[in-house]
Design a protein around this ligand. Structure first.
Ligand code: DP6
Length: 354
């Protein structure tokens, strides 16, 4: 069969949390137990490229991730897709001259230019690109904030990849999740000299997925409640202020202690969840030492659900940071070949227009 194929492509960036999301209060709607903060990295380095196509002659919905066909029946994929389709249907009902894309099947092709599921926020970029590509195809008028609420249902951290710069995911209070979405704290232009180094210590898939790991923590860790009820609300305020004031010393200190507390509640889970390895700990030791020698925070480390390290630092300190890493851990597998330095993504991520 033949006929017209409607298509739209977009790219979405990776974001790396500096105040970690860890725990869901509602697993179906993907509502978090705490608000979180992240920095969106430039798409020159790490990004997902997604194309969404719809045609009357397509016989079923199909999805390819990095060249491999995947199921379209997963609840997260469907939660996003069904909501986007419903929004398109509203547009078509109001404008009967529009093609009936909401009734057509869709083919989605998505590709990362970095290791998938290795704790490098691939699901964040992936679901953000998926939601943005379909929204572009359907020509939806929804704002990035509203789209972030949809992307959140695919993967929590994805909601933050709809914005560049410095981003907060406000956990919200409503049971239906209508107020659990991302907002921008500051644009990249507001604090442009921030840089990130992504140290790919291992590109293999993590043993415990974030989704499983965080629910083990919610269900078993006794430290966890203290983190969500007492520590994070205060830290959220302090980190937001540090970003607005371009106070790297405070931002860096909070980033490091929050990464460490996140891994502490993982260890406090039963069975314990380990994401860092010996090389990760070597990086922590090195950065702590450098900061001590200089008497200030030169670089701040953070680790997601995997051993790979992301370092935040100011551009003026790039030679110190990268020079030290190379000197101290020259034989880290692939450090030269697979790791990246990145700047921060601009206010509006440069997606490809439909
Ligand atoms: C450690 O967003 O991958 O990177 O919502 O279950 O898909 P799901 O989890 P996901 O978890 C990210 C956890 C983290 C911290 C963060 O990005 O805030």
């Amino acid at each position: 069969m033949t006929g017209k194929i409607y298509s739209a492509s977009t790219t979405a960036p990776v974001n790396i949390a500096t105040l970690k999301y860890w725990g869901k209060r509602d697993t179906k709607l993907n509502l978090p137990t705490n608000s979180s903060i992240s920095v969106t990295l430039s798409q020159d380095d790490l990004r997902t490229l997604t194309t969404a196509c719809a045609a009357e002659f397509f016989e079923s919905d199909k999805l390819w991730l990095n060249g491999k066909e995947e199921s379209v029946h997963g609840p997260r994929f469907l939660a996003c897709f069904n909501e986007l389709r419903a929004l398109r249907k509203i547009r078509e009902d109001a404008n009967p001259e529009l093609p009936a894309l909401s009734k057509y099947h869709m083919h989605i092709v998505s590709e990362n230019n970095f290791p998938t599921a290795a704790g490098l926020a691939s699901s964040a970029a992936g679901f953000a690109a998926f939601v943005q590509a379909v929204a572009n195809l359907y020509e939806l008028p929804q704002s990035p904030e509203e789209l972030s609420r949809i992307a959140r249902q695919g993967s929590g951290s994805a909601c933050r990849s709809l914005f560049g710069g410095y981003v907060a995911w406000e956990m919200g209070q409503e049971a239906d999740g209508s107020d659990s979405r991302a907002v921008q704290i500051a644009t990249q232009e507001a604090w442009p000299d921030m840089k990130a180094a992504i140290l790919v210590i291992s590109a293999s898939k993590k043993e415990t997925s974030s989704t499983v790991g965080m629910q083990t923590t919610v269900n078993t860790s006794t430290l966890f409640k203290y983190r969500t009820d007492v520590v994070v609300p205060q830290r959220f305020k302090e980190m937001s202020e540090a970003i607005v004031n371009k106070d790297f010393e405070t931002f860096g200190k909070l980033t490091m202690i929050d990464s460490n507390q996140f891994h502490a509640v993982c260890l406090d889970s039963s069975p314990p969840v380990f994401y860092m390895n010996d090389t990760s700990r070597l990086v922590i030791g090195l950065i702590e030492k450098v900061n001590k020698i200089y008497g200030r925070v030169v670089a701040a480390y953070t680790f997601d659900a995997g051993p790979n390290s992301v370092l935040y630092y100011l551009e003026k300190d790039e030679l110190i940071v990268l020079g030290l890493l190379k000197a101290a851990i020259p034989d880290v597998d692939g450090w030269d070949k697979k790791s990246y330095t990145s700047s921060i993504a601009p206010a509006v991520p440069d997606g490809v227009d439909p």
